[in-house]
Design a protein around this ligand. Structure first.
Ligand SMILES: [Zn+2]
Length: 147
């Protein structure tokens, strides 16, 4: 979880997402950034439902097209044309490496690392960079994290 000014962002949404949100007393969540599609990084997405209910809106979830495709398959019930009442409401926002974006008004720079043979994203937010599951990283990507 990252609090930036008034915004609260979460990077990845693993099986402990619900417990983490309760532990940290997060009553409002603005967006979720996904590094990659492995279950330990996404399987908690069903638990955005209380935030949908409290905030009365879809949860913006930022992910690459490859990751978004996996999420649509894994959480097919959330993306069906007629989701059942109470299904998680997720608004997938496409992102790509080398394309800075804004989440909840916060500027974010993707940083790509290799997780074995799988390219995954980390994120630089101000002078904070979050990287996970890094096996290798190019000099260009390392440069993005400097300073
Ligand atoms: Zn992984």
């Amino acid at each position: 979880m990252v609090r930036v000014g008034p915004a609260t962002l979460v990077i990845d949404c693993g099986p402990d997402f619900r417990q983490q949100m309760l532990r940290e007393g997060v009553s409002s969540l603005d967006a979720i950034l996904i590094t990659h599609e492995h279950n330990d990084h996404v399987i908690g997405l069903d638990d955005v439902r209380p935030f949908n209910f409290l905030q009365r809106r879809d949860m913006p979830v930022f992910a690459t097209p490859r990751v978004a495709l996996e999420l649509r398959q894994r959480f097919a019930y959330a993306f069906s044309h007629e989701p059942y009442p109470g299904a998680p409401m997720i608004n997938l926002e496409p992102i790509a490496n080398n394309e800075p974006f804004f989440a909840a008004g916060i500027p974010i720079m993707p940083v790509e690392v290799m997780h074995g043979s799988l390219p995954v994203l980390g994120f630089r937010i101000g002078d904070f960079t979050y990287l996970t599951d890094v096996r290798a990283m190019s000099e260009e990507e390392i440069d993005k994290t400097k300073g």
